[in-house]
Design a protein around this ligand. Structure first.
Ligand code: SER
Length: 587
Protein backbone atom coordinates (compact mmCIF):
# COMPACT_ATOMS: atom_id res chain seq x y z
CA UNK A 1 0.00 0.00 0.00
CA UNK A 2 1.07 3.58 -0.60
CA UNK A 3 0.61 6.12 2.21
CA UNK A 4 -2.53 7.36 0.48
CA UNK A 5 -3.89 3.81 0.29
CA UNK A 6 -3.24 3.26 4.01
CA UNK A 7 -5.15 6.43 4.85
CA UNK A 8 -8.01 5.44 2.55
CA UNK A 9 -8.09 1.91 3.89
CA UNK A 10 -8.53 3.25 7.45
CA UNK A 11 -11.42 5.46 6.37
CA UNK A 12 -13.04 2.70 4.28
CA UNK A 13 -12.82 0.28 7.19
CA UNK A 14 -14.73 2.63 9.48
CA UNK A 15 -17.18 3.53 6.73
CA UNK A 16 -18.00 -0.18 6.60
CA UNK A 17 -18.74 0.06 10.34
CA UNK A 18 -21.31 2.82 9.71
CA UNK A 19 -19.05 5.81 10.42
CA UNK A 20 -19.57 9.11 8.60
CA UNK A 21 -16.29 10.32 7.07
CA UNK A 22 -15.74 14.00 7.89
CA UNK A 23 -13.02 16.51 6.92
CA UNK A 24 -10.12 17.51 9.15
CA UNK A 25 -10.81 20.65 11.14
CA UNK A 26 -8.52 23.68 10.96
CA UNK A 27 -5.23 23.82 12.89
CA UNK A 28 -6.64 26.99 14.47
CA UNK A 29 -8.33 25.53 17.54
CA UNK A 30 -11.83 26.38 18.67
CA UNK A 31 -11.09 25.49 22.31
CA UNK A 32 -9.71 28.46 24.27
CA UNK A 33 -7.13 26.42 26.18
CA UNK A 34 -5.22 25.22 23.10
CA UNK A 35 -2.42 26.79 21.04
CA UNK A 36 -3.11 24.54 18.05
CA UNK A 37 -5.47 21.73 17.21
CA UNK A 38 -3.55 18.92 18.91
CA UNK A 39 -5.85 15.91 18.52
CA UNK A 40 -8.61 14.59 16.31
CA UNK A 41 -11.10 14.95 19.12
CA UNK A 42 -10.75 18.74 19.49
CA UNK A 43 -13.52 19.54 17.02
CA UNK A 44 -15.88 17.18 18.86
CA UNK A 45 -15.48 18.60 22.38
CA UNK A 46 -19.00 20.14 22.49
CA UNK A 47 -20.49 16.69 21.71
CA UNK A 48 -18.50 15.02 24.48
CA UNK A 49 -19.54 17.64 27.00
CA UNK A 50 -23.18 17.43 25.93
CA UNK A 51 -23.22 21.14 25.01
CA UNK A 52 -24.34 20.23 21.48
CA UNK A 53 -25.95 17.15 19.97
CA UNK A 54 -23.67 15.41 17.46
CA UNK A 55 -25.19 15.14 13.97
CA UNK A 56 -23.79 11.60 13.79
CA UNK A 57 -23.31 8.75 16.26
CA UNK A 58 -20.04 7.60 14.64
CA UNK A 59 -17.42 9.47 12.64
CA UNK A 60 -13.90 8.91 11.31
CA UNK A 61 -11.38 11.23 9.68
CA UNK A 62 -7.76 12.20 9.27
CA UNK A 63 -6.93 15.28 11.32
CA UNK A 64 -4.01 17.71 11.00
CA UNK A 65 -2.46 18.10 14.44
CA UNK A 66 0.38 20.29 15.70
CA UNK A 67 2.16 19.32 18.89
CA UNK A 68 4.69 22.09 19.32
CA UNK A 69 3.79 24.01 22.44
CA UNK A 70 1.32 23.55 25.27
CA UNK A 71 0.55 20.26 27.03
CA UNK A 72 1.71 18.09 24.12
CA UNK A 73 5.03 19.28 22.67
CA UNK A 74 7.30 17.15 20.47
CA UNK A 75 9.36 19.94 18.86
CA UNK A 76 12.63 19.11 20.62
CA UNK A 77 12.66 15.55 19.28
CA UNK A 78 11.95 16.40 15.65
CA UNK A 79 14.90 15.54 13.43
CA UNK A 80 16.73 13.75 16.23
CA UNK A 81 14.46 10.72 16.05
CA UNK A 82 12.41 9.21 13.25
CA UNK A 83 8.91 9.21 14.69
CA UNK A 84 8.05 12.59 16.25
CA UNK A 85 6.67 15.50 14.24
CA UNK A 86 5.54 19.06 14.79
CA UNK A 87 2.60 18.39 12.47
CA UNK A 88 1.17 14.96 11.86
CA UNK A 89 -2.01 13.36 10.64
CA UNK A 90 -4.08 11.56 13.20
CA UNK A 91 -6.41 8.92 11.83
CA UNK A 92 -9.31 8.57 14.21
CA UNK A 93 -12.73 7.12 14.85
CA UNK A 94 -15.28 8.37 17.35
CA UNK A 95 -18.42 7.25 19.07
CA UNK A 96 -20.67 9.89 20.59
CA UNK A 97 -22.53 8.05 23.32
CA UNK A 98 -22.83 5.05 20.97
CA UNK A 99 -20.41 2.06 20.96
CA UNK A 100 -17.79 1.80 23.69
CA UNK A 101 -14.72 -0.23 24.67
CA UNK A 102 -15.59 -3.62 23.20
CA UNK A 103 -16.27 -2.45 19.66
CA UNK A 104 -13.43 0.06 19.69
CA UNK A 105 -10.75 -2.44 20.70
CA UNK A 106 -12.15 -5.34 18.67
CA UNK A 107 -12.35 -3.25 15.48
CA UNK A 108 -8.87 -1.90 16.16
CA UNK A 109 -7.52 -5.44 16.32
CA UNK A 110 -9.46 -6.43 13.20
CA UNK A 111 -8.08 -3.56 11.11
CA UNK A 112 -4.48 -4.05 12.22
CA UNK A 113 -4.23 -7.82 12.07
CA UNK A 114 -6.89 -8.98 9.58
CA UNK A 115 -7.09 -6.09 7.10
CA UNK A 116 -3.49 -4.87 7.22
CA UNK A 117 -1.86 -8.16 8.18
CA UNK A 118 0.28 -6.96 11.08
CA UNK A 119 1.64 -10.06 12.89
CA UNK A 120 -0.42 -10.32 16.15
CA UNK A 121 2.66 -11.48 18.05
CA UNK A 122 4.19 -8.04 17.57
CA UNK A 123 1.32 -6.10 19.15
CA UNK A 124 1.02 -5.10 22.81
CA UNK A 125 -1.83 -3.29 24.56
CA UNK A 126 -1.60 -0.98 27.55
CA UNK A 127 -4.37 -0.61 30.11
CA UNK A 128 -5.00 2.09 32.71
CA UNK A 129 -3.89 1.21 36.22
CA UNK A 130 -3.96 4.29 38.47
CA UNK A 131 -1.14 4.96 40.90
CA UNK A 132 -3.31 5.85 43.87
CA UNK A 133 -0.31 7.02 45.90
CA UNK A 134 0.18 9.73 43.29
CA UNK A 135 -3.50 10.66 43.33
CA UNK A 136 -4.32 9.26 39.87
CA UNK A 137 -8.09 9.45 39.20
CA UNK A 138 -10.60 6.62 38.64
CA UNK A 139 -10.01 2.84 38.88
CA UNK A 140 -8.14 0.01 37.15
CA UNK A 141 -9.69 -0.44 33.69
CA UNK A 142 -10.85 -4.03 34.20
CA UNK A 143 -13.26 -3.79 31.28
CA UNK A 144 -10.49 -2.94 28.77
CA UNK A 145 -8.24 -5.58 30.36
CA UNK A 146 -10.89 -8.30 29.93
CA UNK A 147 -11.58 -7.35 26.32
CA UNK A 148 -7.88 -7.46 25.49
CA UNK A 149 -7.40 -10.72 27.39
CA UNK A 150 -10.04 -12.38 25.21
CA UNK A 151 -8.61 -10.89 22.00
CA UNK A 152 -5.09 -12.14 22.78
CA UNK A 153 -6.31 -15.56 23.98
CA UNK A 154 -8.37 -16.04 20.81
CA UNK A 155 -5.21 -15.24 18.83
CA UNK A 156 -3.30 -17.92 20.76
CA UNK A 157 -1.24 -15.34 22.69
CA UNK A 158 -0.71 -14.92 26.43
CA UNK A 159 -2.52 -11.86 27.82
CA UNK A 160 -0.05 -11.68 30.72
CA UNK A 161 2.68 -11.00 28.16
CA UNK A 162 0.75 -8.81 25.75
CA UNK A 163 -1.07 -6.52 28.19
CA UNK A 164 0.99 -3.89 30.03
CA UNK A 165 -0.42 -1.66 32.78
CA UNK A 166 0.25 2.07 32.80
CA UNK A 167 -0.60 4.88 35.23
CA UNK A 168 -2.00 8.37 34.59
CA UNK A 169 1.13 9.57 32.78
CA UNK A 170 0.78 6.97 30.01
CA UNK A 171 -2.81 5.77 30.15
CA UNK A 172 -5.08 8.65 31.06
CA UNK A 173 -5.50 11.00 28.13
CA UNK A 174 -6.20 14.70 28.52
CA UNK A 175 -6.46 17.26 25.74
CA UNK A 176 -5.16 20.03 27.97
CA UNK A 177 -5.30 20.73 31.70
CA UNK A 178 -9.08 20.99 31.38
CA UNK A 179 -11.70 19.40 29.13
CA UNK A 180 -12.97 15.94 28.21
CA UNK A 181 -10.65 13.10 29.17
CA UNK A 182 -10.52 9.50 30.29
CA UNK A 183 -8.56 6.27 30.63
CA UNK A 184 -6.94 5.03 27.46
CA UNK A 185 -5.54 1.89 25.97
CA UNK A 186 -2.62 2.19 23.56
CA UNK A 187 -1.51 -0.32 20.96
CA UNK A 188 2.27 -0.66 20.69
CA UNK A 189 4.10 -2.28 17.78
CA UNK A 190 7.29 -4.29 18.39
CA UNK A 191 9.65 -3.41 15.53
CA UNK A 192 12.68 -5.34 16.74
CA UNK A 193 14.18 -7.66 14.18
CA UNK A 194 13.08 -10.67 16.19
CA UNK A 195 9.44 -11.07 17.21
CA UNK A 196 10.44 -12.39 20.64
CA UNK A 197 7.53 -11.46 22.88
CA UNK A 198 9.43 -10.91 26.13
CA UNK A 199 11.81 -8.49 24.38
CA UNK A 200 8.88 -6.71 22.73
CA UNK A 201 7.08 -6.32 26.05
CA UNK A 202 10.22 -4.98 27.74
CA UNK A 203 10.38 -2.20 25.13
CA UNK A 204 6.82 -0.90 25.60
CA UNK A 205 6.89 2.74 26.79
CA UNK A 206 10.69 2.75 26.86
CA UNK A 207 11.24 5.48 24.21
CA UNK A 208 12.75 2.88 21.91
CA UNK A 209 12.25 3.57 18.18
CA UNK A 210 11.92 -0.21 17.84
CA UNK A 211 8.70 -0.37 19.83
CA UNK A 212 6.33 2.51 19.33
CA UNK A 213 2.75 3.40 20.08
CA UNK A 214 0.66 3.46 16.92
CA UNK A 215 -2.93 3.80 18.11
CA UNK A 216 -4.52 5.24 21.20
CA UNK A 217 -8.07 4.33 22.19
CA UNK A 218 -9.42 6.84 24.69
CA UNK A 219 -12.60 6.21 26.64
CA UNK A 220 -13.94 9.68 27.29
CA UNK A 221 -15.82 9.56 30.58
CA UNK A 222 -14.82 12.70 32.51
CA UNK A 223 -14.45 16.44 32.24
CA UNK A 224 -11.30 17.78 33.90
CA UNK A 225 -12.12 20.93 35.87
CA UNK A 226 -9.72 23.80 36.40
CA UNK A 227 -9.49 22.95 40.12
CA UNK A 228 -7.99 19.52 39.31
CA UNK A 229 -11.17 17.48 39.90
CA UNK A 230 -12.77 15.13 37.36
CA UNK A 231 -16.53 15.23 36.82
CA UNK A 232 -18.21 12.20 35.19
CA UNK A 233 -19.88 13.02 31.86
CA UNK A 234 -23.54 12.25 31.16
CA UNK A 235 -22.59 9.82 28.34
CA UNK A 236 -19.55 7.69 27.51
CA UNK A 237 -17.65 8.23 24.27
CA UNK A 238 -14.82 6.76 22.22
CA UNK A 239 -11.94 8.82 20.83
CA UNK A 240 -9.18 7.01 18.99
CA UNK A 241 -6.09 8.40 17.30
CA UNK A 242 -3.59 6.60 15.11
CA UNK A 243 -0.25 8.07 14.07
CA UNK A 244 -0.64 8.00 10.29
CA UNK A 245 3.01 8.74 9.45
CA UNK A 246 4.14 6.06 11.93
CA UNK A 247 2.01 3.35 10.35
CA UNK A 248 2.89 4.49 6.82
CA UNK A 249 6.60 4.60 7.78
CA UNK A 250 6.53 1.13 9.33
CA UNK A 251 4.67 -0.24 6.33
CA UNK A 252 7.26 1.24 3.96
CA UNK A 253 10.23 0.07 6.06
CA UNK A 254 9.01 -3.48 6.60
CA UNK A 255 7.77 -4.27 3.10
CA UNK A 256 4.15 -4.36 4.20
CA UNK A 257 4.73 -5.51 7.83
CA UNK A 258 6.77 -8.54 6.71
CA UNK A 259 10.48 -7.84 7.06
CA UNK A 260 11.75 -6.23 10.26
CA UNK A 261 15.48 -6.14 9.54
CA UNK A 262 15.76 -2.42 8.72
CA UNK A 263 15.62 0.53 11.13
CA UNK A 264 12.03 1.87 11.02
CA UNK A 265 11.45 5.53 10.17
CA UNK A 266 8.38 7.62 9.46
CA UNK A 267 10.46 9.38 6.82
CA UNK A 268 10.55 6.19 4.74
CA UNK A 269 6.86 6.76 3.96
CA UNK A 270 6.23 8.04 0.43
CA UNK A 271 4.36 11.03 1.87
CA UNK A 272 7.80 12.61 2.55
CA UNK A 273 9.41 11.61 -0.75
CA UNK A 274 8.64 14.69 -2.88
CA UNK A 275 10.13 16.95 -0.17
CA UNK A 276 13.24 14.80 0.27
CA UNK A 277 13.77 14.73 -3.50
CA UNK A 278 13.50 18.51 -3.65
CA UNK A 279 15.97 18.88 -0.77
CA UNK A 280 18.48 16.68 -2.61
CA UNK A 281 18.01 18.77 -5.74
CA UNK A 282 18.45 22.07 -3.85
CA UNK A 283 21.39 21.06 -1.67
CA UNK A 284 23.20 18.44 -3.76
CA UNK A 285 23.38 16.41 -0.54
CA UNK A 286 22.28 12.83 0.01
CA UNK A 287 20.08 11.60 2.85
CA UNK A 288 21.54 8.45 4.43
CA UNK A 289 18.99 7.84 7.27
CA UNK A 290 21.58 8.12 10.07
CA UNK A 291 20.13 8.89 13.51
CA UNK A 292 22.47 10.38 16.14
CA UNK A 293 22.71 8.78 19.56
CA UNK A 294 23.61 12.11 21.20
CA UNK A 295 23.03 15.80 20.56
CA UNK A 296 26.61 17.13 20.51
CA UNK A 297 29.72 16.33 18.44
CA UNK A 298 27.59 15.34 15.44
CA UNK A 299 29.26 14.10 12.28
CA UNK A 300 28.77 16.08 9.05
CA UNK A 301 26.48 13.38 7.67
CA UNK A 302 24.42 13.23 10.87
CA UNK A 303 23.92 16.98 10.57
CA UNK A 304 22.73 16.58 6.98
CA UNK A 305 20.32 13.79 7.90
CA UNK A 306 18.90 15.74 10.86
CA UNK A 307 18.36 18.74 8.58
CA UNK A 308 16.52 16.66 5.96
CA UNK A 309 14.12 15.42 8.62
CA UNK A 310 13.71 18.83 10.27
CA UNK A 311 13.04 20.62 6.98
CA UNK A 312 10.65 17.98 5.66
CA UNK A 313 8.73 18.08 8.92
CA UNK A 314 8.75 21.86 9.36
CA UNK A 315 7.77 22.53 5.71
CA UNK A 316 4.58 20.52 6.23
CA UNK A 317 3.83 22.13 9.57
CA UNK A 318 4.38 25.70 8.49
CA UNK A 319 2.55 25.25 5.16
CA UNK A 320 -0.51 23.72 6.81
CA UNK A 321 -0.54 26.31 9.62
CA UNK A 322 -0.33 29.26 7.26
CA UNK A 323 -2.96 27.74 4.96
CA UNK A 324 -5.22 27.66 8.04
CA UNK A 325 -4.53 31.34 8.75
CA UNK A 326 -1.84 31.01 11.43
CA UNK A 327 0.88 33.28 10.06
CA UNK A 328 4.34 33.76 11.55
CA UNK A 329 4.21 36.56 14.13
CA UNK A 330 5.43 37.74 17.51
CA UNK A 331 2.83 36.41 19.93
CA UNK A 332 1.33 33.10 21.02
CA UNK A 333 0.71 30.52 18.32
CA UNK A 334 1.99 32.86 15.61
CA UNK A 335 5.32 33.05 17.40
CA UNK A 336 5.49 29.25 17.59
CA UNK A 337 5.08 29.13 13.79
CA UNK A 338 7.76 31.82 13.41
CA UNK A 339 10.12 29.81 15.64
CA UNK A 340 9.53 26.63 13.62
CA UNK A 341 10.05 28.53 10.39
CA UNK A 342 13.27 30.18 11.59
CA UNK A 343 14.56 26.89 12.92
CA UNK A 344 14.01 25.35 9.48
CA UNK A 345 15.69 28.28 7.72
CA UNK A 346 18.66 28.02 10.11
CA UNK A 347 19.07 24.24 9.61
CA UNK A 348 18.73 24.70 5.85
CA UNK A 349 21.45 27.32 5.66
CA UNK A 350 23.81 25.84 8.25
CA UNK A 351 23.57 22.10 7.50
CA UNK A 352 22.54 22.01 3.85
CA UNK A 353 23.88 25.28 2.45
CA UNK A 354 20.42 26.40 1.27
CA UNK A 355 19.71 29.94 0.12
CA UNK A 356 16.89 32.42 0.63
CA UNK A 357 13.80 31.17 -1.23
CA UNK A 358 14.75 27.51 -1.01
CA UNK A 359 12.50 26.81 1.93
CA UNK A 360 9.52 28.42 0.17
CA UNK A 361 10.16 26.08 -2.74
CA UNK A 362 9.33 23.14 -0.45
CA UNK A 363 5.69 24.23 -0.43
CA UNK A 364 5.24 22.66 -3.89
CA UNK A 365 6.29 19.14 -2.81
CA UNK A 366 4.23 19.48 0.38
CA UNK A 367 1.20 20.25 -1.77
CA UNK A 368 2.07 17.37 -4.07
CA UNK A 369 1.89 14.95 -1.16
CA UNK A 370 -0.92 16.50 0.92
CA UNK A 371 -2.92 18.78 -1.37
CA UNK A 372 -5.53 16.17 -2.24
CA UNK A 373 -6.23 15.41 1.43
CA UNK A 374 -6.12 19.02 2.68
CA UNK A 375 -7.37 21.09 -0.29
CA UNK A 376 -6.83 24.41 1.55
CA UNK A 377 -3.13 23.92 0.81
CA UNK A 378 -3.93 24.30 -2.88
CA UNK A 379 -6.28 27.23 -2.53
CA UNK A 380 -3.95 29.12 -0.18
CA UNK A 381 -0.75 28.25 -2.01
CA UNK A 382 0.18 31.81 -3.06
CA UNK A 383 -0.32 33.15 0.46
CA UNK A 384 1.69 30.30 2.01
CA UNK A 385 4.62 30.76 -0.37
CA UNK A 386 4.62 34.53 0.08
CA UNK A 387 4.56 34.37 3.88
CA UNK A 388 7.43 31.87 3.97
CA UNK A 389 9.46 33.80 1.42
CA UNK A 390 8.99 37.06 3.39
CA UNK A 391 10.28 35.40 6.55
CA UNK A 392 13.23 33.90 4.67
CA UNK A 393 14.13 37.35 3.38
CA UNK A 394 13.81 39.20 6.67
CA UNK A 395 15.44 36.53 8.85
CA UNK A 396 17.92 35.49 6.18
CA UNK A 397 19.51 38.94 6.25
CA UNK A 398 20.50 38.62 9.93
CA UNK A 399 20.91 34.84 10.24
CA UNK A 400 24.42 34.65 8.76
CA UNK A 401 25.76 37.46 10.94
CA UNK A 402 24.03 36.03 13.99
CA UNK A 403 25.54 32.59 13.36
CA UNK A 404 29.02 34.16 13.01
CA UNK A 405 28.57 35.96 16.30
CA UNK A 406 27.27 32.82 17.98
CA UNK A 407 30.24 30.77 16.75
CA UNK A 408 32.75 33.41 17.82
CA UNK A 409 31.11 33.56 21.25
CA UNK A 410 30.91 29.78 21.62
CA UNK A 411 34.57 29.39 20.65
CA UNK A 412 35.67 31.98 23.20
CA UNK A 413 33.53 30.26 25.83
CA UNK A 414 35.04 26.87 25.00
CA UNK A 415 38.50 28.32 25.56
CA UNK A 416 37.57 29.99 28.85
CA UNK A 417 39.20 28.78 32.06
CA UNK A 418 37.05 27.60 34.97
CA UNK A 419 35.28 30.46 36.80
CA UNK A 420 35.92 32.97 34.07
CA UNK A 421 33.47 34.56 31.68
CA UNK A 422 34.64 36.01 28.37
CA UNK A 423 33.02 39.05 26.77
CA UNK A 424 32.70 40.07 23.15
CA UNK A 425 32.65 43.55 21.65
CA UNK A 426 29.44 44.38 19.82
CA UNK A 427 29.41 47.90 18.41
CA UNK A 428 30.67 50.08 21.18
CA UNK A 429 29.72 47.87 24.11
CA UNK A 430 30.95 44.61 25.57
CA UNK A 431 28.52 41.75 26.05
CA UNK A 432 29.20 38.93 28.49
CA UNK A 433 29.10 35.64 26.53
CA UNK A 434 28.74 33.33 29.49
CA UNK A 435 30.85 31.44 31.96
CA UNK A 436 32.69 28.19 32.56
CA UNK A 437 32.05 26.60 35.95
CA UNK A 438 32.54 23.29 37.76
CA UNK A 439 29.27 21.52 38.62
CA UNK A 440 29.32 18.14 40.38
CA UNK A 441 32.94 17.70 39.37
CA UNK A 442 32.19 18.42 35.70
CA UNK A 443 33.15 21.44 33.64
CA UNK A 444 29.99 23.17 32.39
CA UNK A 445 29.83 26.10 29.99
CA UNK A 446 26.76 28.32 30.07
CA UNK A 447 25.77 31.03 27.59
CA UNK A 448 24.56 34.10 29.47
CA UNK A 449 21.03 35.47 29.29
CA UNK A 450 22.56 38.68 27.96
CA UNK A 451 24.24 36.97 24.98
CA UNK A 452 21.12 34.92 24.19
CA UNK A 453 19.09 38.12 24.40
CA UNK A 454 21.47 39.91 22.03
CA UNK A 455 21.08 37.08 19.52
CA UNK A 456 17.30 37.30 19.86
CA UNK A 457 16.93 41.06 19.86
CA UNK A 458 19.43 41.98 17.15
CA UNK A 459 19.50 38.85 15.00
CA UNK A 460 16.04 37.38 15.55
CA UNK A 461 17.24 34.08 17.10
CA UNK A 462 14.39 32.61 19.18
CA UNK A 463 15.73 31.24 22.48
CA UNK A 464 15.09 27.63 21.48
CA UNK A 465 17.17 28.11 18.33
CA UNK A 466 20.12 29.38 20.37
CA UNK A 467 19.62 26.35 22.61
CA UNK A 468 19.72 24.02 19.58
CA UNK A 469 22.99 25.61 18.46
CA UNK A 470 24.46 25.53 21.95
CA UNK A 471 23.58 21.87 22.54
CA UNK A 472 25.51 20.95 19.37
CA UNK A 473 28.60 22.29 21.12
CA UNK A 474 27.77 20.78 24.50
CA UNK A 475 26.97 24.22 25.95
CA UNK A 476 23.97 25.23 28.11
CA UNK A 477 21.97 28.46 27.92
CA UNK A 478 20.84 30.52 30.92
CA UNK A 479 17.16 30.58 29.94
CA UNK A 480 16.10 32.34 33.19
CA UNK A 481 18.64 35.08 32.59
CA UNK A 482 17.31 35.45 29.05
CA UNK A 483 13.77 35.86 30.41
CA UNK A 484 14.96 38.64 32.76
CA UNK A 485 16.37 40.56 29.79
CA UNK A 486 13.15 40.03 27.84
CA UNK A 487 11.07 41.29 30.75
CA UNK A 488 13.23 44.41 31.07
CA UNK A 489 12.76 45.05 27.39
CA UNK A 490 8.99 44.63 27.69
CA UNK A 491 8.94 47.14 30.55
CA UNK A 492 10.95 49.62 28.51
CA UNK A 493 8.47 49.13 25.63
CA UNK A 494 5.48 49.72 27.89
CA UNK A 495 7.03 52.89 29.33
CA UNK A 496 7.87 54.22 25.84
CA UNK A 497 4.34 53.57 24.60
CA UNK A 498 2.89 55.47 27.53
CA UNK A 499 5.13 58.43 26.82
CA UNK A 500 3.99 58.35 23.18
CA UNK A 501 0.32 58.43 24.01
CA UNK A 502 0.63 61.12 26.65
CA UNK A 503 2.49 63.30 24.17
CA UNK A 504 -0.13 62.58 21.47
CA UNK A 505 -3.00 63.28 23.85
CA UNK A 506 -1.58 66.54 25.17
CA UNK A 507 -0.70 67.81 21.70
CA UNK A 508 -4.19 67.15 20.35
CA UNK A 509 -6.18 68.69 23.18
CA UNK A 510 -4.51 71.75 24.66
CA UNK A 511 -7.68 72.86 26.46
CA UNK A 512 -9.12 69.44 27.19
CA UNK A 513 -11.27 69.00 30.28
CA UNK A 514 -10.04 66.53 32.90
CA UNK A 515 -12.01 63.29 33.14
CA UNK A 516 -14.36 63.08 36.11
CA UNK A 517 -13.31 60.08 38.24
CA UNK A 518 -16.37 58.31 39.71
CA UNK A 519 -14.58 55.17 40.95
CA UNK A 520 -15.48 55.86 44.58
CA UNK A 521 -19.15 56.57 43.97
CA UNK A 522 -20.34 53.63 41.91
CA UNK A 523 -22.05 50.41 43.03
CA UNK A 524 -20.69 46.88 43.26
CA UNK A 525 -20.94 46.31 39.49
CA UNK A 526 -18.18 48.90 39.03
CA UNK A 527 -20.04 50.10 35.95
CA UNK A 528 -21.05 53.55 34.86
CA UNK A 529 -22.59 55.23 31.81
CA UNK A 530 -20.18 57.61 30.14
CA UNK A 531 -19.86 59.57 26.96
CA UNK A 532 -16.95 58.81 24.66
CA UNK A 533 -15.41 62.23 24.02
CA UNK A 534 -12.13 61.47 22.25
CA UNK A 535 -9.95 58.69 20.81
CA UNK A 536 -6.19 59.21 20.96
CA UNK A 537 -4.24 57.09 18.51
CA UNK A 538 -0.57 56.20 18.41
CA UNK A 539 1.13 53.93 15.93
CA UNK A 540 0.37 50.83 18.02
CA UNK A 541 -2.61 51.62 20.23
CA UNK A 542 -5.86 53.47 20.58
CA UNK A 543 -6.83 55.15 23.86
CA UNK A 544 -10.39 56.09 24.74
CA UNK A 545 -11.32 59.22 26.67
CA UNK A 546 -14.71 59.44 28.39
CA UNK A 547 -16.39 62.37 30.15
CA UNK A 548 -16.43 60.31 33.36
CA UNK A 549 -14.90 56.97 34.37
CA UNK A 550 -14.67 54.41 37.19
CA UNK A 551 -11.21 53.32 35.88
CA UNK A 552 -8.39 54.32 38.20
CA UNK A 553 -5.42 55.72 36.21
CA UNK A 554 -1.85 54.60 36.96
CA UNK A 555 -0.40 56.90 39.58
CA UNK A 556 2.04 56.91 42.49
CA UNK A 557 3.12 53.34 41.93
CA UNK A 558 -0.44 52.01 41.72
CA UNK A 559 -1.29 50.29 38.44
CA UNK A 560 -4.12 51.45 36.17
CA UNK A 561 -7.44 49.56 36.12
CA UNK A 562 -8.34 47.00 33.47
CA UNK A 563 -11.81 45.92 32.36
CA UNK A 564 -14.07 46.56 29.43
CA UNK A 565 -16.34 49.13 27.85
CA UNK A 566 -19.52 48.50 25.88
CA UNK A 567 -19.69 50.93 22.99
CA UNK A 568 -22.85 50.70 20.90
CA UNK A 569 -23.15 47.10 22.10
CA UNK A 570 -19.58 46.14 21.10
CA UNK A 571 -17.25 44.99 23.87
CA UNK A 572 -13.85 46.69 23.95
CA UNK A 573 -11.18 45.36 26.31
CA UNK A 574 -9.39 48.00 28.32
CA UNK A 575 -5.89 46.79 29.06
CA UNK A 576 -4.56 49.74 31.02
CA UNK A 577 -5.55 53.21 32.19
CA UNK A 578 -3.16 56.15 32.40
CA UNK A 579 -3.54 59.91 32.82
CA UNK A 580 -2.28 62.75 30.63
CA UNK A 581 -1.17 66.24 31.71
CA UNK A 582 -4.68 67.68 31.45
CA UNK A 583 -5.96 65.01 33.84
CA UNK A 584 -7.72 63.04 31.15
CA UNK A 585 -7.96 59.28 31.79
CA UNK A 586 -6.65 57.42 28.75
CA UNK A 587 -8.23 53.93 28.56
N1 SER B 1 -7.09 11.96 21.76
C1 SER B 1 -6.23 10.82 21.77
C2 SER B 1 -4.82 11.16 21.39
O1 SER B 1 -4.58 12.22 20.91
C3 SER B 1 -6.77 9.76 20.86
O2 SER B 1 -7.22 10.32 19.69
O3 SER B 1 -3.95 10.35 21.58
Amino acid sequence: MTSAEIRQSFLDFFKSKQHAIVPSSSLMPTAPNLLFTNAGMNQFVPYFLGDQTAPWKRVADTQKCIRAGGKHNDLEDVGFDTYHHTMFEMLGNWSFGDYFKRESLTWGWELLTKVWGIPPKRLFATVYSPDKAKGDPSDFDQEAYDIWAKIFKDAGLDPAVHIVNGNKKDNFWMMGDTGPCGPCSEIHFNLLESDDEAAGRANVNSSSPRCIEIWNHVFIQFNANADGTFAPLAAKHVDTGMGFERVAGIHATTNGFRDFAAEPSNYNADVFKPTFDKLTELSGKIYTKSVPTKRDSLTAQEQIDIAFRVLADHARCVSCAIADGILPGNEGRNYVIRRILRRAIMYGQKNLGLKTGDFASLVAPVIESLGNVFPELKTQRVMVEKAIRAEEESFGSTLGRGLDLFWQGATLLERAEVDTGPSIQVGRTYVEIGEAIMRDGKLVRIISGEFAFLLSDTYGFPLDMTQVLAVERGIEVDAKGFERFMEEQRNRGRAARKTDVIVASTEGEAVAAATKFVGYQIDATHATHSKLVDVVKTEKDAYLVFDQTPFYAEMGGQVGDTGHALINGAKVDILDTIKDKSGRHLH
